[in-house]
Design a binder for this molecule. Sequence first.
Ligand code: ADP
Length: 493
Amino acid sequence: MSLFQTIKTPVVTYQQPVGLFINGEFIKGVDGKTFETINPHNEKPIVAVHEATEKDVDIAVKAARKALEGDWKQTTPSERGRLLTRLADLLERDIETVAAIESLDNGKGVTMAKGDVTASAGCIRYYGGWADKIVGQTIDTDPNSLTYTRHEPIGVCGQIIPWNFPLMMFAWKIGPALATGNTIVLKTAEQTPLSALYVASLIKEAGFPPGVVNVLSGFGKTAGAAIAAHMDIDKVAFTGSTPIGRQIMQVAAKSNLKKVTLELGGKSPNIVLPDANLEEAVGWVNLGIFFNHGQCCCAGSRILVHEAIYDEFIELFKKRAEQNKVGDPFRTDTFQGPQVSQLQYDRIMGYIEEGKRAGAKVVTGGDRQGSEGYYIKPTIFADVNDDMSIVKEEIFGPVCTVQKVRDEEEAIRVANNTNYGLAAAVHTTNINAAIRVSNAIKAGTVWVNNYNTLHYQMPFGGFKESGVGRELGSYALENYTEVKTVRVHISKS
Ligand code: ADP
């Protein structure tokens, strides 16, 4: 099978790289295996890509190690910054193509996909800006010593990303790692390998030395597990489900105690207090759960509404959710496309059926949409209780529950009644209530009167079982540097 395939989308026709990107070249896997990626809009294969196995991970790690000790080490911080900036420019140059790939492979609406490309370019450019601003400290311990710290790259970083934001997760991962001088072996999700492979060709065009970024398509149990267990990978960064995050940490500990950062699941509460601007709150709640078809780790899936406004809220929210345009990702006004895969579709429909069986009331949705593609109607459940799986477990789809709460105190208690702690929101016009609630909630991000407004300058990550470490902002740089203390004795003569 050739290493490039011509792909026709409704927007552009382009050359899709389908090989493994190792040492600056697209190549076939050692075992010659391939797998197909599926278009979730029509359930048909788009193209086959080469599949990485453990042996390919090994080859990629060797390339990354060689680059780390060679050309990349000789690249100045300013030059690293310039390369990242150039990559951001190339992404923006090719926005139409990259957004089309994302819509085709993941199913997200093309307008949303363009937003992802812009945000990804912004993220990479932002970290380009950091590259020559990584500084240590000088520490005055006594007159006979010179003590300073160096923030050195950790080394070869394994990065494993999910399918919900294929491009953006790629940008979040490579930006801080490259700014701080590391090299990378990254595995994309098996459902969505295409955009990262295309961007790999831009990495080459930008002029990064070979081996600095290696991109592998492959499966979690094989290539992903091989990254987590590899004895010559110094750090692993993972975004995905909590069970797999737990496994990765165990495997990392059993192998070489590689450093681990994890960005995992959530069941985030979205609280609406009685003095909220209700119309605005409904808009944010809608975006909070249904953005990206509910496939966000920080999705506001547990909506907690004060009893004084509960009935009115339900009515307005139902109306708002039913206005969401669900359909073909290539229509520019599409808000919600198909779920990413048959497996996800089945999982979500399973939760919907369980919710119905347990006696929850379907306010709207609760069914598939159409007869082709993995489409599910925006679904709101009311009359739920704390024991239902739809209230407790991450569904990762366009499904939410609305619970009635008596007061602020109960809202906080219910909000924190979860093993997760990724995000939360409170909607209120009372500044004191806003601050009280945000301080009381155990979550890595709390939005006040908005939701899902992530930004690459702001740290993002989880309390409790939602993760380890923070991505984005200056905080992410800490995940990718080792601090070395150097103490020099100053001789009297
Ligand atoms: P989902 O269930 O939503 O697909 P996962 O956590 O299974 O989420 O997948 C996220 C990423 O982790 C994907 O790139 C997947 O291939 C990878 N992955 C899955 N299982 C493992 C594993 N055992 N070890 C390493 N990576 C894995």
